[in-house]
Design a protein around this ligand. Structure first.
Ligand SMILES: [Mg+2]
Length: 367
């Protein structure tokens, strides 16, 4: 396809309530949405690096500027026949996988539309029904958390993920395990600990957690490998896996036993498919994570979650969990027992709603 035009939108989407993690308390989600056009069709991509560089070194204002000034002009007017060609074009610019992902995701949506097929089918998806998990941030007190977990269990969620930070740590896990002896659950540390905290992680082994997500630094592999050698609970890497090479190296040195895959963090669908192939070779099961994207970003995640080697319920949230009204349409809804289905229309089957886009717009640009 020839990339005929590129439109960029940076939006700020207010959350119904703050999302509390080891990074602090988030009140809005900043997202970069990209529309690329070719052959009278449009494809949408969404990358959510957030308002400030807390999750990774990227942030929404920076990602928007990079796509506007460098990445977009690099592919505008070019014939881009595959995701590999797109990535090759962008590869002269170092790093910035989240900015690159916005274009890659839009390219895949458009490619699937040109083929007249839903994206999940173009990717070779096999499980049309995707299990999703329940996630809970840091709460006011433990009794509120127990209540929320009970609701999730009653609604059929097959696993629970709990944010974990200093002051909301081992005692929280102990309490949850006492109330729910058979619950499949894990904790996400969002890179806030160091190898000096080994004793804390050893003390978690007795609770039978499904995994400990990203315990150590956001860009570390070596210390994670050392920690994994010393603790019995599987480590899942999230922040640290931001490229295909990082995934390969993590497997090689035994830095983890799970990957949480977020297409935006890895640079889009093209590199995520390669990470999945590496993971399969290295016997590392995967699951899909989320960055509280609007339904556009969520639908890319849902399409990837239909692929094989996705072995744990995904972090895909119904729109109304965090937003009064989703920026994109149709909204993400749970069907059946804690499950979502990909849209049946071509591509991701979802676009931003014009009035919502204007309401939450911070800046836009057309190339
Ligand atoms: Mg995580």
């Amino acid at each position: 396809m020839k990339i005929e035009s590129i439109e960029l939108y940076r939006v700020s989407m207010p959350l119904i309530y703050p999302f509390r993690t080891a990074y602090g308390d988030g009140h809005v989600i900043e997202s970069v949405l990209v529309k690329i056009s070719s052959q009278g069709l449009e494809g949408w991509g969404e990358s959510t690096p957030w308002e400030s560089p807390l999750y990774s070194s990227e942030w929404a204002v920076g990602a928007f500027a990079l796509v506007r000034d460098w990445l977009g002009p690099q592919i505008l007017g070019q014939e881009i026949e595959s995701g590999d060609v797109l990535q090759e074009q962008l590869s002269m610019f170092k790093g910035n996988p989240m900015a690159k992902a916005s274009l890659d995701l839009a390219w895949w949506d458009l490619q699937a539309k040109i083929q007249g097929e839903p994206l999940w089918r173009v990717l070779g998806g096999q499980n049309k029904i995707v299990d999703i998990g329940a996630d809970f941030g840091v709460m006011e007190n433990l009794s509120s958390l127990i209540e929320k977990i009970q609701e999730a269990v009653n609604s059929g969620f097959k696993r629970v993920k709990l944010k974990f930070r200093r002051g909301w740590d081992v005692e929280m896990v102990r309490t949850v395990r006492e109330f729910f002896p058979n619950l499949v659950f894990h904790v996400d540390c969002n890179s806030s600990y160091r190898l000096d905290d080994l004793d804390l992680f050893l003390s978690l082994d007795e609770f039978g957690l499904a995994m400990i997500e990203q315990p150590l630094a956001h860009d570390d592999l070596l210390d994670h490998a050392e920690l994994q050698r010393q603790i019995a609970t599987p480590i899942c890497l999230d922040e640290s896996i931001y490229s295909v090479d990082r995934a390969r190296q993590a497997i090689e040195i035994g830095a983890c036993r799970w990957f949480n895959l977020k297409p935006a963090r890895i640079g889009g669908i093209t590199p995520t498919l390669k990470v999945l192939a590496e993971a399969k070779k290295g016997n590392i099961p995967c699951w899909i994570g989320g960055m509280l994207e609007s339904a556009v970003g969520a639908n890319h995640c849902i399409a990837l979650a239909t692929l094989s080697n996705m072995k744990y319920p995904a972090d895909i949230f119904p729109s109304r969990r965090f937003y009064e009204k989703d920026l994109s349409f149709p909204e993400v809804e749970i069907s059946g027992k804690a499950q979502v289905k990909p849209q049946s229309g071509p591509g991701i089957g979802c676009t931003p709603e014009r009035s919502q886009l204007e309401k939450h717009l911070m800046e836009s640009h057309k190339l």
